[in-house]
Design a binder for this molecule. Structure first.
Ligand SMILES: Cc1cc2nc3c(=O)[nH]c(=O)nc-3n(C[C@H](O)[C@H](O)[C@H](O)COP(=O)(O)OP(=O)(O)OC[C@H]3O[C@@H](n4cnc5c(N)ncnc54)[C@H](O)[C@@H]3O)c2cc1C
Ligand code: SF4
Length: 508
């Protein structure tokens, strides 16, 4: 009996469970570029081009390895436009009635496959370190699901950076040594840039013709599109960027969009790299004396800890997670998130970079665009759709917990123990953005005051009932109380004016 083997755009891994359970001699692999997936949010053109090109290269590798691959290109005349449509068409053409699939990373697709009039066998996604069962067992009975404790268990289980049952270096977490402000100069040149080959050139032409009206620049296109290239990027980063990754992990610089970051999430999330191989390569660099423990531990924590943890939360919390709105925020996402004008230099730099590269690093996402959206009370669902669209590494299982949970506190504190909000002073400390800004970061009130400064207090006061009792926030409420009343009134009325301008669509 012939089976169809579904391979999705983020499942480009030769050891994928669906492939491991398939029969090379008889089964037919189904891969499809479909309009539904490319446009259910308006994905960045670079992201679409990356995935289509990586899919085409992967299909080629599968054929070379002896598989039969049925590949539908976006512009094929018979393309039905959806994954289920393509499976049904393949089933009718081949006579297959059974589909093998590795679990999808999004509830929307999971339920589309469940509802399809086909027999679908869903296999676990073994590319993750923690299975659903492992995460559920860990979460069971805990009042708070703090990443740090989950991470320690993952360290013990994988043996990464362990000496027997003790963490290497005597501590689980070296963050205390990290988080230095922006350096004077950056010695790492950033990611490798790959010249588009013929396959990529075809994809670029296709994406240009179909998605030119999506936010973001298609070209220059420089992403890796094969596992070989992704491995080159990984080793390039491990050799040259990792040693200083920890020190400058939280820094932001206007002219250094990549600083010492890995630029591997695109490749990892699409399946071109696997989490354990990345962690082992980083660990090796420490063992060889090439990178210090604060960098290597910090980096491994992001992948072994945060990445596995947010996936666990996404599947634990279920399909309703993306509609959570604990703080009842409802303001529309301002136009400047799509490249419209703003005088806030930090936001305009982060958005400009996002438009150019479909990338911004963690602190730009969290403490600039995310922080502003939270302070200004933007509808978290709109914020979620924005992040899902504009970043080339964004898939709902990883994006939603980071946005709905960590960044917008819309899950009521499942992920974050307090909202990630700050005034302009944090941005000023960690970046060089404020120097050339229209606003003055040291001005606390008045026309020229940094909008983050007034919105910060406005946020705390708006949500006083919810947060006053939070032990990590009490100190800020005491600072507010020590301000004289006149000043407090001015801060709140300045904040109201900023928000009114936003609502009127005026430039802020
Ligand atoms: C609001 C917000 C939205 C985000 N959306 C996404 C997203 O859609 N997809 C995504 O992969 N990451 C997301 N992140 C996490 C993080 O910003 C990116 O993983 C990172 O910027 C990717 O760039 P890099 O490869 O250079 O990472 P590095 O800084 O070099 O970090 C190494 C790796 O650690 C992993 N990692 C780090 N932090 C996280 C995290 N919080 N959650 C999951 N993995 C993490 C990534 O795989 C990353 O490649 C988001 C963070 C925030 C605050
Ligand atoms: S002054 Fe405020 S708005 Fe301007 S760059 Fe600094 S933090 Fe951003």
């Amino acid at each position: 009996m012939v089976n169809l083997v579904l391979v999705l755009a983020d499942q480009l891994t030769h050891t994928l469970s669906a492939l491991e359970h398939a029969d090379k001699a008889d089964d037919v692999i189904v891969m499809a570029e479909v309009a539904d997936e490319a446009s259910y949010v308006r994905h960045h053109p670079k992201k679409i081009a990356f995935l289509f090109s990586a899919m085409r290269h992967f299909a080629h590798e599968l054929r070379e390895a002896g598989w039969t691959v049925r590949y539908t290109a976006l512009d094929d005349a018979e393309n039905t436009g959806s994954i289920v449509g393509e499976l049904l068409r393949a089933a009718s053409d081949t006579g297959a009635s059974r589909v093998l699939s590795t679990e999808c990373g999004e509830w929307r697709l999971i339920s589309a496959l469940e509802d399809a009039p086909l027999e679908v066998t869903v296999l676990p996604d073994t590319r993750f370190i923690a299975s659903h069962k492992r995460f559920e067992d860990w979460a069971e009975g805990r009042k708070q699901l703090r990443m740090e404790y989950f991470y320690r268990e993952m360290r013990r289980e994988t043996g990464l950076l362990m000496e027997g049952d003790k963490p290497v270096g005597g501590k689980w977490n070296f963050d205390h040594d990290n988080r230095k402000p922006a350096p004077d100069e950056v010695t790492f040149d950033g990611p490798l840039r790959f010249e588009p080959d013929e396959i990529t050139a075809d994809v670029l032409a296709l994406v240009k013709s179909r998605f030119d009206n999506h936010f973001g620049d298609l070209e220059p296109f420089w992403f890796a599109v094969t596992r070989d290239q992704a491995l080159q990027q990984l080793h390039h980063f491990i050799a040259l960027g990792l040693p200083k990754f920890g020190d400058f992990q939280d820094a932001m610089m206007s002219d250094e969009p990549f600083l010492y970051h890995g630029l591997i999430s695109f490749y990892l999330n699409a399946g071109l790299l696997t989490p354990l191989e990345i962690c082992r390569a980083a660990e090796q660099s420490f063992t060889d004396g090439d990178a210090p423990i604060n960098a290597v531990e910090g980096f491994i924590r992001q992948i072994l800890g945060w990445r596995e943890y947010v996936r666990g939360i996404y599947f634990l919390e279920g399909p309703s997670y993306t509609s959570r709105n604990y703080l009842e925020h409802s303001r529309a996402l301002p136009e400047f998130y799509w490249g419209g004008e703003t005088r806030m230099r930090c936001v305009s730099k982060a958005v400009e970079q996002t438009g150019r590269d479909a990338y911004a690093h963690h602190i730009q996402r969290l403490m600039v665009t995310g922080n502003f959206a939270l302070l200004a009370g933007i509808d978290p669902h709109q914020v979620h759709e924005w992040y899902l669209a504009v970043y080339a590494d964004a898939y709902e299982w990883v994006e939603a917990p980071n946005v709905i949970g960590m960044s917008q506190f819309a899950d009521g504190g499942i992920i974050a123990s307090k909202p990630y909000v700050s005034s302009g002073s944090y941005i000023n400390k960690m970046s060089d953005y404020c120097k050339g800004c229209h606003y003055k970061v040291t001005a606390k009130t008045g026309e020229i005051a940094c909008p983050f400064n007034v919105l910060y207090w406005d946020f705390l006061i708006r949500h006083e009932e919810r947060f006053r009792g939070n032990p990590r926030m009490g100190q800020m409420y005491r600072v507010w109380e020590r301000m004289d009343e006149e000043r407090r009134d001015t801060v709140l009325s300045d904040a109201a004016e900023v928000l009114a301008k936003l609502d009127r669509g005026e430039v802020i």
